[in-house]
Design a binder for this molecule. Sequence first.
Ligand SMILES: [Zn+2]
Length: 470
Amino acid sequence: MSDSLLIRGARAIATCDDRRTRLQGASILTDGRRIAAVGDESAMSIPEGTRVIDASRHVVVPGLVNTHHHFYQTLTRAVPEAQNSKLFDWLITHYEIWRGVTREAVHAGAMVGLGELLLTGCTTTTDHHYLFPRQADPHLIDEEFRAAATLGIRFHPTRGSMSRGKSMGGLPPDDVCQTEDEILRDSERVIDAFHDPSPLAMTRVALAPCSPFSVTEDLMRETARLARDRGVRIHTHLSETADEDAYCLETYGKRPVALMEDLGWIGDDVWFAHCVMINDDEVRLFAATGTGVAHCPASNMRLGSGIAPIPRLLAAGAPVGLGVDGSASNDSSNMLGELRLALLLHRVTGGADAIGVDDVLWMATRGGARVLGRDDIGSIEVGKAADLALFNVDCIGHAGAVHDPIAGLLLCGDSSIADCVVCNGETVVEEGQLVRADEGGIVEKANAIARGLVEQSRDKAAREPLGRPR
Ligand SMILES: [Zn+2]
């Protein structure tokens, strides 16, 4: 039996190659883990036993790339106490719940986050896991790798960290922070165990202190040193809100980006989530140095943080990817939905031509690949990874959008569940369902753990009414 696939006669293909080529009626042949041919099927040499997938009703895009997330937060979606809070209050409320997270919870959250990402066309994702409560197993992040291997998604997570608890002037409670020694030791362990630098790698690791208000300057410096020694990338939240700007000015005497510059955190091996508050000089600095940005429109809207200057970053040539961010501030891992929000958000202030469909598609594919430092994913070209998402546009939500079905994928905003998703040459979503796991089982488990986590924190708050931070 051949391990090749023929995606036959697609309604439309957005290749996201350098020329942003679009094709109609073309086919894609995969050969194991890579794309072997793109174009007219009659010119292809198709091995016997190749599986054929009819794409005549589908728009095909490169597997989408998600550049920022926190899977464990899927267990605290839409919590009533934090539905209308801005970032710092939202965090303070959630820390009280998150401190109860266990290995089982991290696995359940990852299955939900990764499952929804795959179902909405994402084939490569990162995750920023920075929560290691003192009472929990210190190897929580290993559960994320286990979930990704089960579902068959390309996984590029970050070993996150928090070291500046409340007693040191930080935002998080002390008991969800670790010492710097613990963090650096475990970061090395995670790199040793999971980082694969080879082409088409299914797992790569980056290091990610959580934010300027939850780690020390020392940890930022030491993390960058370790990452550069080991050839892995670095990531953190930056310039997300006006409160963060004020915190950095008061605590460090400088803006967040200036702080990062002083700590050696500017460069083409660095990407920051959000960057809502950056100014024109900082946009130019990012472009000149190849410093990347993970743009998270849903989260920025949900928390009322503001609008990141994405059109300016793109015009300047800075690397920009798209991220769904944590599912407690989105409250979703819907990747295609995030593209539609990115398209619409910038028009609110920038006008109808602020950003186009192709710019957003580029961000979610090639932009994301660049931000994660990968040249083997993000486009439908010979030799690239066989990562593809097929969306059926023969449905009522797309009816009438026959003139430009690729644009319709973002503009019509109908269901964003992919009909078929191929990752690393394997179909991992078929007929809109996960192939390798039972969706019902994932949901049931996550709901049970989510109920337990919130009940536990409410019980604790009821016992210690004065101890609950507000
Ligand atoms: Zn985040």
